[in-house]
Design a protein around this ligand. Structure first.
Ligand SMILES: [Zn+2]
Length: 217
């Protein structure tokens, strides 16, 4: 079957890029409803870019696992939106997530501050049923991670005037109607989604957190 599929691809000139493994490192596992909405939102945002993703919990990785292309996604603090985890006091806006850098290079290592995401959603989520709150949080995580994935996958630190790659995302951007890439980012991502990504070294990428330097978005 594998040979047949390979021959078919060669005949029709189709190239399949390996999925980018998104390795999620969370202090506690995400509630299933949050994880589901999180993954679906990333897939939705990237649907026209040529990228597709596989999701791996870092705690479940085995030493023999290897991935041709991967991005680490570390979730700081517990990603739950319920009464046990109220938002902190409002204050100066701070980055919800960021991609680490080394010099001018954007490293495949994303961090998300869930406490800040929770705080951003606090007013909109107030009074909503638990299921709605979980979906809201998952969708918000998907959007902030999609924003950082754009930086990582393109190596581009610039922002757009609109859509998910704009410099600052509001609560309504996180919880409101679908937020997409503009044509500019779709073009950038589409060009990078094959050859450029296939040259990355997975081992070096996975160990990036040991020497990464912090940066804002
Ligand atoms: Zn950014």
């Amino acid at each position: 079957m594998r040979i047949t599929l390979a021959l078919l691809c060669a005949l029709v000139g189709v190239t399949f890029a390996a999925p980018v493994a998104l390795i999620v490192d969370a202090p506690v596992p995400l509630p299933p409803a949050v994880a589901s909405a999180f993954h679906e939102e990333v897939d939705l945002v990237f649907r026209d870019t040529g990228y597709h993703f596989s999701w791996i919990n870092r705690a479940e990785m085995r030493p023999e696992d290897s991935f041709p292309d991967l991005v680490m996604v570390r979730l700081k603090s517990e990603c739950r939106l319920d009464g046990r985890h109220p938002g902190g006091p409002s204050g100066k806006p701070m980055a919800l997530a960021w991609a680490h850098r080394s010099g001018d290079e954007v490293l495949p290592f994303i961090e998300v501050d869930c406490a800040r995401v929770r705080n951003m959603l606090r007013v909109l989520a107030h009074g909503e049923p638990a299921g709605v709150q979980q979906e809201m949080l998952g969708r918000a995580l998907g959007r902030v991670v999609a924003h950082e994935l754009y930086h990582v996958l393109t190596g581009n630190s610039s922002h757009s005037h609109a859509g998910i790659a704009q410099a600052s995302l509001s609560a309504m951007h996180l919880a409101g109607p679908a937020l997409e890439f503009t044509a500019r980012e779709v073009n950038l991502l589409s060009r990078r989604s094959f050859a450029a990504r296939q040259t990355q070294q997975p081992t070096a990428a996975f160990e990036a957190d040991e020497f990464a330097t912090d940066s804002g978005r």
